[in-house]
Design a protein around this ligand. Structure first.
Ligand SMILES: [Zn+2]
Length: 560
């Protein structure tokens, strides 16, 4: 009776000591060795070597154990103790929208390149001088909170430099735009035009439009923008692949994309230009969109491990930058009656959710204010019940104001949160417009962990920069950009927890936890070599971590 456990241990221990033999490793395509590998696996915290064949991890362990994995043809990558992590996952980007704005040559009004309305009007004036009368001026990325004047741009600001060209300049939040008088005229917007459902045409004291259009009101002008060149989407897909790979992102989710953008990804993939993996999330802005998606006959997961359909995306409310998130009273500071906007009537949202989910779509819905999140959770609860769903992984996108009561509901419904760690740094000043009680529950990463809620992470590029290192750093320190104030310090998490948001949890949100998110035998060989060890550098250096090499399916897709 005493011998038996010893024998069991002898066998198990031999496997542990010789993982190469246990994993039947031979004739690898690539052998990474002499590395500091952070696997993100709970049991195998660190390793030194990793063998890859046919795009997947054949074995992972120490150098001696994996030496036998190599044959004469095996490529050896000796990393001299450099750090390796799993390929990072950003579950919420508007990647193609962003790269298209670059390819169009839009005025880049993002901080820190731009500091004032004067900077922006100067750029608009220069653009007007360079083009013909009647041609559009486009720009994006401005943030009133970071402009010296601390106010929205107005149509008058733009009229003064561009009286003869319609101008459309989108706010960094994506939830409002400023247009000039020429653009208002083209769109037929005047003091009589009513606000559309889910949108606001801002007006001055006399009732005249100021040029600020919020949420769905933006479409009144953006629908009139000139068409893009036919190949812009395929080029935008190529550009996002390059930019993501250089930052260590091997999977991104591109959210709320159009048919043309889906085609762009598909064409880029066929041409070999798409080196990273993409989940495409199509948009549902109306019941007609939901019906169309349902009738297509494809659903979440269709595609392959390189390019596939992700969740179907809807919007419940607006943005904090536009002060249009749907909240319970009291309203925004200084605007007590402003409780935000809801884009859908609750019954309509539920119908659209039901249509898409019944056709096999995972759902993800943008909701930042507590009132919007509750509306979405009500709808999800009804759909889950009606369809008898179990492993649905419906997602709340942002879940900005996530009170304890809301977190309880999220956990009970097994809803996943697509959170945004970098928001605390880049746009934390917007939180403060909602009062200190709400700041306490803005993007509460630690509470999610304690409450057993899975949070994945997204940059929401172009709202914040694509680099996941800003998010990892921000999740750990929670400093706000303008004042350096630590917002809700109780919600700071460890570096390891922050990395999990961008690896394991991102994989889970996309139903891919068996394929990626950790480095272990059988998973896709997506990994990143970085210039320092995030687990041991001072926290302030996290944002400065540089990617040296990025591998997708064992192939180098970026090298510094
Ligand atoms: Zn977004």
């Amino acid at each position: 009776m005493k011998l038996r456990p010893v024998l069991v241990c002898a066998y198990a221990c031999a496997l542990m000591l010789n993982p190469a033999r246990a994993q039947m490793c031979s004739d690898a395509d690539l052998l990474v060795r002499n590395a500091h590998i952070i696997t993100m696996e709970p049991e195998l915290a660190a390793a030194a070597a990793m063998a890859v064949r046919d795009g997947r991890i054949l074995a992972i362990g120490d150098d001696a154990a994996l030496a036998g994995c190599a044959s004469a043809r095996t490529k050896i990558l000796d990393l001299h103790q450099q750090t390796v992590i799993p390929g990072l996952i950003d579950v919420h980007t508007h990647a193609m929208e962003w790269t298209k704005s670059i390819l169009r040559g839009e005025i880049d009004a993002t901080f820190p390149g731009v500091h004032s309305i004067a900077d922006i009007t100067r750029a608009a004036g220069e653009r007007a001088a360079a083009i013909k009368a009647g041609e559009w001026i486009r720009g994006s990325g401005w943030d009133d909170a970071k402009l010296a004047e601390h106010r929205y741009i107005t149509r008058q600001d733009l009229d003064s430099v561009a009286p003869d060209n319609p101008a459309y300049l989108e706010h960094v939040s994506g939830h409002l735009a400023v247009v000039n008088s020429a653009a208002l005229k083209l769109a037929g917007i005047d003091r009589q035009t009513p606000n559309p459902q889910g949108g606001v045409i801002e007006r001055d004291k006399t009732g005249e439009p100021t040029g600020i259009l919020k949420d769905t009101a933006m479409l009144l002008v953006s629908d009139r923008l000139p068409p893009d060149p036919a190949d812009i989407n395929v080029r935008a897909a190529q550009l996002i692949s390059q930019k993501a790979a250089a930052l260590g992102l091997t999977t991104i989710h591109d959210i709320f994309i159009s048919e043309e953008e889906i085609r762009g990804y598909q064409d880029a993939y066929r041409r070999g230009w798409l080196k990273i993996r993409v989940q495409m999330s199509p948009r549902i802005s109306s019941q007609a969109d939901a019906d169309k998606l349902a009738q297509m006959g494809v659903h979440t997961g269709f595609g392959d491990d390189h390019l596939k359909f992700g969740a179907a995306k809807m919007f419940a409310d607006g943005g904090m930058g536009a002060r249009t998130v749907a909240i319970y009273p009291p309203g925004v500071i200084g605007e007590p009656d402003n409780l935000g906007v809801l884009r859908w009537k609750p019954a309509d949202m539920q119908n659209a959710h039901l249509t898409a989910a019944a056709a096999g779509w995972q759902l993800e819905t943008h909701a930042i204010g507590d009132r919007a999140i509750d509306e979405v959770l009500d709808s999800y609860a009804a759909v889950i019940k009606q369809l008898g769903l179990h492993d649905h992984r419906f997602r709340i996108v942002h879940a900005g104001i996530s009170t304890p009561a809301i977190q309880k509901r999220i956990r009970e419904l097994h809803v996943v949160v697509d959170g945004n760690p970098p928001f605390v740094y880049w746009i934390g000043s917007w939180f403060q417009k909602y009062g200190p009680e709400r700041v306490r529950w803005c993007y509460p990463a630690k509470s999610y962990i304690e409450n057993g809620i899975v949070e994945a992470a997204g940059s929401d590029v172009p709202v914040t920069p694509l680099s996941p290192w800003w998010g990892i750093w921000s999740a750990v320190v929670r400093k706000e950009l303008q004042t350096g104030t630590v917002l809700a310090p109780e919600e700071r998490i460890t570096v390891e927890q922050a990395l999990a948001l961008y690896t394991r949890n991102g994989a889970y949100a996309g139903f891919e936890e068996h394929e990626k998110g950790t480095l272990s035998r059988g998973k896709l060989a997506d990994f990143v070599v970085i210039d320092r060890d995030p687990l041991s550098v001072p926290p302030d250096q996290l944002k400065d971590i540089t990617v040296l090499r990025t591998y997708v399916a064992g192939q180098e897709v970026y090298g510094k």
